[in-house]
Design a binder for this molecule. Structure first.
Ligand code: NAD
Length: 439
């Protein structure tokens, strides 16, 4: 099939490369000329494991190309995916300006019947809005399909090639047939293509993210309570997760969820509900808990030093990305932790395996933060180590080196990556989430 994917970010690039890899002709389109120029030269705008090889293979075989030319891409495609960003607007709702600007462009350049697919995460009613926008500019026949994306950054290729399910919202058999054909190579192990009406597909994406965010905030609340009552969240997590009605995934406590999806999607769902006179109390609390959780590690640090001034102290921070295996720092807890510590007068020495550059841009220039090329360099002479992201490379460090690098052996772990026994054995004062403090 001939496909255009408009928006070459995390979702658009992965979708485009994976569709090309199954034999389709794909044009990845973006308005960012520098991004497209770089992509043409094999320079990727994001870090995503496996993506570079996939792009190289498919550009070489000329199934995948990068362009800023929307007109040509629309004219040459049977299926057009909209995969542009839908960031949070000031009032919490999803900002649809990029989606609707693409819709206008599609309408202006449409030259024959096409299927338009909303891949971006968009509120219920957006497909109707996109339809209305396109109709203002063309008389050609078209249908707007909803096909929300569930990939996880860091495992995006695998998720796209082997999805748990593909959700497709359609209003005609023709569109259903096309989508089934397109996704057939990705559902060969009986993972289902779930065909439903368009509003249900749009709602499914938000409901899924809100449910996952709820599990995280719930576990963070339980973990905070464990700390107060002397319980250990590790045991509690296994204790509840082995109940088949609950299940093990997504039960890890930490210092809050971040990223480009959960925070904005929970907000957007709350906003959609409000517009329909519905008060989503659970989701509102999920948000509040998450906000507080990002600050929880700073509170532990301040309490450890006897609630005294931490001005002039230096903290080594391991992990800046919102989660491992990505360079994405959007809404990352590390942004809050570093900002609050600096506001309290401390200095930060930071390290991340992939997110140093993106963090520098997001955090902005600040003389109180320095960036380092290795995790050990980041703790050299620091008062304590803080862990904000659970990169695998941090899990089995040289604890003796940590001890000799720090002024005193203190670790504040926001991701529970070390065992309490190991910390006790090493004589490290160790704070984690929902587990007894080792001192
Ligand atoms: P992104 O910010 O990484 O990429 C969006 C791209 O769209 C950018 O390159 C931008 O330049 C481009 N763009 C903006 N306006 C454009 C226009 N008018 N024409 C052409 N290109 C334009 O965003 P993303 O993370 O890929 O997310 C895209 C959508 O997918 C969002 O709705 C997001 O919520 C959803 N989503 C994201 C993820 C994820 O893990 N990142 C997962 C599932 C769903």
């Amino acid at each position: 099939m001939k496909i255009a994917v408009i928006g070459s970010g995390y979702v658009g690039l992965v979708a485009g490369a994976c569709f090309a890899d199954t034999g389709n002709d794909v044009a990845c389109v973006d308005i960012d000329e520098k991004k497209i120029e770089n992509l043409k030269n094999g320079i990727l705008p994001i870090y995503e494991p496996g993506l570079s090889d996939l792009i190289e293979r498919n550009t070489q075989s000329e199934r995948l190309k990068f362009t800023t030319n929307l007109k040509e891409s629309v004219e040459n495609s049977e299926i057009i995916f909209i995969a542009v960003g839908t960031p949070q607007d000031e009032d919490g709702s999803a900002d649809l300006s990029h989606v609707l600007s693409v819709a206008k462009g599609i309408g202006q350049h449409m030259n024959c019947p096409k299927i338009i697919v909303d891949k971006s995460t968009v509120p219920v009613g957006t497909a109707a809005l996109v339809t209305k926008t396109i109709k203002e500019y063309t008389k050609h026949d078209f249908e707007v399909v909803s096909n929300p994306e569930f990939l996880k950054e860091g495992a995006a290729i695998d998720d796209f090639l082997k999805p748990d399910r593909v959700v497709v919202g359609v209003s005609s058999e023709r569109a259903e047939r096309t989508m089934r054909e397109l996704y057939a190579p990705f559902v060969r192990t009986n993972n289902p293509i779930l065909v439903m009406d368009v509003p249900s597909a749009e709602m499914t994406k938000y409901a899924a993210n809100a449910m996952l965010a709820t599990r995280i905030s719930f576990m963070n609340e339980v973990a905070n309570l464990c700390e107060k009552v002397g319980a250990n969240i590790d045991s509690v997590r296994v204790g509840i997760g082995t109940d088949s009605r609950i299940g093990m995934p997504f039960l890890f406590p930490g210092i809050g969820y971040g990223g480009s999806c959960f925070p904005k999607d929970v907000q957007a769902l709350i906003r959609t509900a409000k517009e329909h006179g519905v008060d989503l109390r659970v989701s509102k609390s999920v948000e509040e808990v998450n906000f507080d959780q990002k600050e929880s590690i700073v509170k532990k640090i301040v309490a450890h030093y006897g609630n005294k001034n931490i001005t002039g102290m230096t903290f080594g921070v391991w992990g800046l990305a919102f989660k491992p295996q990505t360079d994405d720092v959007r809404e990352a807890p590390a942004l809050v932790v570093c900002e609050q510590l600096i506001n309290l007068g401390a200095k930060i020495q930071a390290f991340d395996p992939e997110a140093l550059e993106t963090f520098k841009i997001a955090f902005g220039n600040n003389p109180k933060i320095t960036y380092h090329e290795s995790n050990y360099a980041a703790i050299n002479g620091a008062d304590a180590l803080i862990i904000c992201t659970e990169w695998n490379a941090f899990r089995q460090p040289d604890f003796n080196r940590i001890k000799s690098s720090l002024k005193s052996p203190i670790v504040f772990d926001g991701r529970n990556i070390f065992s309490l026994n190991e910390m006790k054995k090493m004589g490290i004062t160790y704070y984690s989430v929902g587990r007894p403090t080792v001192s």
